[in-house]
Each structure stands twice: as structure tokens, then as C-alpha cells.
Write a protein that binds this ligand. Structure first.
Ligand code: SF4
Length: 233
């Protein structure tokens, strides 16, 4: 059976692309030690196409500012690099760098408290803040085919559907410079991204069990979440 060939950076033992330890004046690394599934080997033509995108001045400037922001998130100390900024501070700094004035928060109803806190922080830092929560529109879940048995609050209850499409449309129409996703559900976030026409970043993803930190399950994957090593039903 022939081996499937597609990019698998997550399985790469060499990380040749990082070229760690090389001097800035060095030539790009040889791909000799890159694995067969390395995308640099599998589809080299894509890299030229991507670099052509960076040659577009607004894209190049955006990419530059993002990398400056990345740089500013560390301090170089005698014992090595130390990260120093939580993502909220990064968000504020990056939005300022980009000259953004109006920010739009698309949040889950379950994170209304956090959305309020975030609004306060952003407004104190001089931004206009638009926010729209997922239940806006008050459309019952029956509208998208949810059955009585599939309602979280029980068969007889009114349940408003999450409406990420209208969240995106309101954010688009409010002419925000940057949309910020805050805790939208899986799938609802996908729809929001599909319909959002403005630059978009994610402050937090929803994880109802782990304080919106889904990676905690991976970090505890050898202990409390060992079940993740098997097939999930
Ligand atoms: S690009 Fe190639 S060398 Fe870099 S991590 Fe992916 S597979 Fe490894």
C-alpha cells in the first residue's frame, strides 16, 4: 500500500525550516534532512505564491507588525528568553500598532461577564467597542431543525439559537477595524469566520469544562485525560 503524502509538520522530528542556531547571513537550510512529508518538498511552488502575497504592501506591513508584536512578547534575559505579555495586552498593543480605533467583540451568551470585562479594558485603552452576543435575534432553535429532545433546557422550553451569521453581519456593518471572537461554540465559530468580512482575531475559544483552555486536556493527557489516547465516542 502506498504511503499517503501530505504535510505533517506536527510529526516532524527535524524542524529543518526553523534553521535554529544559524546566522542571519546564512543560506536557507538544505531540505536533505526534512522528512518526506515536509510541505517544502511536497509543494515547493506554494511557497513562491505565498511570498508573492507578502510583496503586496498592505500584507507586508501587516505581517511586519504582527512579527514586531511577537518580538515584543519576550524579554531576553541572561538565563534565556522569557515571555511577558498575556494575550489581552498583546491584543491592545497590536490593535494600536495597526491604527485600529473600533473593535468588535463577537461573544457567547455564556461569556457575557467576560465580554463586559473585556469591553471595559478596551474602552479604558481608548477603543470604541462594539459587541454582539450569539443569541441576538431571539430566533428559536426550531428554525434550524433542532428537535424538542435536542434542547439543552428540555423539550418544553423556548431555546434561542446561536446566530453567528447575524453576529458577523452586525460586526461587518458596524465598520469595526478588527473583530474579536470570544468563546463562541465549535461550529458557531466556524460560521462566524465564514461570514465575517473584517480582520479577525480570537481571544478565547469555548471549553465549558476547562475554563476555556482546551489545551489543558492535552497537558493532562497522561493523567486525568488519558482517555484522549484512545478513540473518542
Ligand atoms: S516544514 Fe518541513 S521541516 Fe518544517 S516542520 Fe514541517 S515537515 Fe518539518
Amino acid at each position: 500500500m502506498s504511503e499517503k503524502r501530505y504535510s505533517k509538520c506536527a510529526r516532524c522530528p527535524t524542524k529543518v525550516c526553523e534553521n535554529r542556531g544559524a546566522k542571519a547571513s546564512s543560506s536557507p537550510p538544505s531540505l536533505e534532512k526534512a522528512p518526506a512529508f515536509c510541505p517544502m518538498k511536497l509543494m515547493p511552488e506554494v511557497y513562491a505564491a505565498a511570498l508573492a502575497e507578502y510583496d503586496k504592501p498592505p500584507v507586508k506591513e501587516f505581517a511586519r507588525l504582527a512579527s514586531v508584536q511577537e518580538f515584543q512578547c519576550y524579554e531576553r534575559l541572561p538565563d534565556g528568553l522569557r515571555p511577558r505579555l498575556p494575550r489581552i495586552e498583546e491584543l491592545i498593543q497590536f490593535a494600536r500598532k495597526c491604527g485600529y480605533k473600533r473593535l468588535g467583540i463577537a461573544h457567547c451568551g455564556g461569556l457575557a461577564y467576560e465580554a463586559g470585562l473585556l469591553t471595559e479594558v478596551l474602552e479604558k485603552n481608548g477603543f470604541d467597542v462594539v459587541s454582539v452576543q450569539c443569541k441576538t435575534g431571539a430566533v428559536p432553535k426550531e428554525r434550524i431543525g433542532i428537535s424538542a429532545e435536542e434542547k439543552i433546557a428540555g423539550p418544553g422550553a423556548w431555546e434561542t439559537m446561536c446566530n453567528p451569521i447575524v453576529q458577523a453581519m452586525i460586526i461587518n456593518r458596524s465598520r469595526v477595524d478588527l473583530a474579536i471572537m470570544l468563546g463562541l461554540c465549535i461550529g458557531h465559530d466556524t460560521l462566524f469566520i465564514k461570514y465575517c468580512d473584517v480582520p479577525l482575531t480570537v481571544l478565547a475559544v469555548k471549553d465549558r469544562v476547562l475554563g476555556h483552555n482546551p489545551l489543558a486536556a492535552l497537558y493532562a493527557g497522561e493523567t486525568y485525560y488519558r482517555r484522549l489516547r484512545g478513540k473518542i465516542e
